[in-house]
Design a protein around this ligand. Sequence first.
Ligand code: ATP
Ligand code: AH0
Length: 368
Amino acid sequence: MIIAGLMSGTSLDGVDAAILETDGKTITRFGPGLETPFTPDERAVLKAAVEAALAWRFEGPEPEIFTQAEAVLTTSHARAVEAVCAAAGLTPDQLDLIGFHGQTVVHEPPLKGRKGRTRQLGDGAALAAALGAPVAYDFRTADMEAGGQGAPLAPIYHRLLADWSGLERPIGVLNIGGVANITLIGADGTLSAFDTGPGNGLIDAWVEERTGAPMDAGGALAAKGRVLEAGLAELLAHPHFALDGPKSLDRWDFSIDAARNLSTEDGAATLAQFTAEAVALGLARLTDKPGRLIVCGGGRKNADLIARISAACGVPAVPAEAVGWRGDLIEAEAFAVLAARTARGLPISWPATTGVDVAMRGGRVVGV
Ligand SMILES: Nc1ncnc2c1ncn2[C@@H]1O[C@H](COP(=O)(O)OP(=O)(O)OP(=O)(O)O)[C@@H](O)[C@H]1O
Ligand SMILES: CC(=O)N[C@H]1[C@@H]2OC[C@@H](O2)[C@@H](O)[C@@H]1O[C@H](C)C(=O)O
């Protein structure tokens, strides 16, 4: 099947799109991929939808802005599909399927026996109608209704990719987006996965508040700062780090408050060290230690952060490109494979990836 996979991550920077030829078990061909930024107006609507979602938290009627945000998601994702199809010499109606993650606006992991809840905005039927191709979407709900974490879902794709590249096991794949998540592929191919902690989310929020810039490009600020040990200890006292995986997080589960009184540089260093120590704590909970970490997501471009992760984990961390992967597109590619698996009735989550009792199918398909 020729499938376009789409991801708009928690950083709200834009839509990643990638075309893959896949049956959900193997990849026959990698097509083009690209990132299409949201316009400032689109981003403003999505930011407002996230704020409304965090105030709503599943209590009472859905915020009205969700409707407007879904319209923004339909147009921005349609634009991304049109662009990636043009790069492939296709028209969208020639796609067999589109894998549409949608925009996570709020995610509450299961807690003390209470099922978790998650909301990805994205109107699959509207996107299918706009593009003339079937759409698989709503990938996380079924897993959560079955008691799972609803995330991470990329692990099956990480293994597929590692096998495709013939990488030596055990190996870890670390995605550093707003939140960071890790997949460990054990020596025998067994998957373990969970969200490790913050990715770039806190660093972005801190740098934006202090300088107005959207990120600490290359980690230049953090590289000049010193870590405030007391602040770091406060951050690491979060209950997430006392749990074994599978476990998941919302982008807003941590705050920059522990850095409040610091200089811009020291705050950036402390928050970057927090991301790194969180990965190390996660690795320490695994029985198989990976020989190296393959790093994908925007955080791999932060050299200071990567150095901190390597040092904290005692394992070399290399960017996805070092093994021939497209580090900015892995999540989009993953949702192409997950869409194929949804269409074919294959599982997309497992006890060791999201904590469900049995392997689970997920996602819904809507035709044109
Ligand atoms: N050159 C760079 N230097 C430092 N950080 C960078 C650089 N480029 C990207 N980033 C970071 O990567 C982030 C975007 O990463 P990515 O697109 O993987 O996140 P996402 O997909 O939105 O998140 P998630 O995986 O949590 O849904 C930016 O917000 C920024 O913090
Ligand atoms: C609820 C949600 O959208 N979670 C995202 C987020 O971004 C990174 C991390 O937190 C991961 O758990 C997940 O995305 C990836 C694609 C996943 O499901 O594997």
